[in-house]
Ligand binder design. Sequence first.
Ligand SMILES: NC(=O)c1ccc[n+]([C@@H]2O[C@H](COP(=O)([O-])OP(=O)(O)OC[C@H]3O[C@@H](n4cnc5c(N)ncnc54)[C@H](O)[C@@H]3O)[C@@H](O)[C@H]2O)c1
Length: 296
Amino acid sequence: MSQFAGKTAIISGGAEGIGFSIAQAVGKRGMNVVLGDIDAAQLQQAEDKLTAQGVAVHTVQMDVSKQEQWQEIATQAQARFGNIHMLVNNAGVSGTPGDVEHTDASDWQWVLGVNLMGVVYGTAAIAPLLKAHGEGGWLINVASMAGMMGVPYGGSYTATKVAVVGMSECWHAELAPHNIQVSVLCPAFVKTRINLAHRNRQAEYTDDRVSGGAASEQLSALAEHMQSVVDAGLDPEVVGERVVEAITAGELYIFTHPNYRSAVQARSRAIDEAFERAAASPLLQHVLHEKIASFS
Ligand SMILES: NC(=O)c1ccc[n+]([C@@H]2O[C@H](COP(=O)([O-])OP(=O)(O)OC[C@H]3O[C@@H](n4cnc5c(N)ncnc54)[C@H](O)[C@@H]3O)[C@@H](O)[C@H]2O)c1
């Protein structure tokens, strides 16, 4: 019997795209699936498709950036299926590509609210439930290749994805004693509706971006380019299967695009070379052989 069978997963942003593909992949292996998403119509479609595939599914319309709504999905998930074994923090939005002076505060708040605080609130609400039964489980955070390297004109998105990678590393150490395996998924481009994320932008994040001038032409060319690379991206169904493959192997970092390896290596090399220069600085010789702090 699969190690997933009869267990229960909560998946945020699971109504479509990558979240839905993970729901299908774990559902196929016998997990009960609870989908939380802001989009009620898509949720209904997702529920119908999973039910037709024989998956036990429960859906909750919610906004991940509202802390109290996590209590509601936790209560409903437990009432329907009992113990919770997996949380997938997947809901995310692209923000509006732009240079820093053309990204308004409301855009930052939207992206930080969903991509960062959504993950914080979700983990804070559900991690205690993963620990409570002592059977162990999984916490899977969906970051991005943008969590591994800065993406020009994507400052707010990059900030949240780097944070999700960092938090996953923290939680990996914190939750290991509870037999909860933490993984962080870092895909490059996947063929979803991520670039149409404004369709679900909450009303409180009014878009008062100043537009016009050369910058805006450049930015619409950039938006078109982003759309073309997403359109040419990986089939989301492959991503769901890849997640199952990687968590079965106990991987912390989950990659779906091995072709990006050299770009991440170049970043690691640049960081290593910066350490070399610090090590050679006469100012820092007294620090060079000091014991480093350990927190675990
Ligand atoms: N598609 C890509 O190329 C790509 C690459 C790297 C990382 N990602 C990440 O994958 C995750 C899933 O994105 P996707 O590509 O499947 O996009 P998508 O737009 O197809 O799916 C995102 C889902 O999140 C939901 N959502 C949006 N705001 C929400 C909110 N406030 N509360 C609850 N649900 C909300 C949407 O309704 C949708 O169902 C995101 O975190 C995204 O950043 C995507």
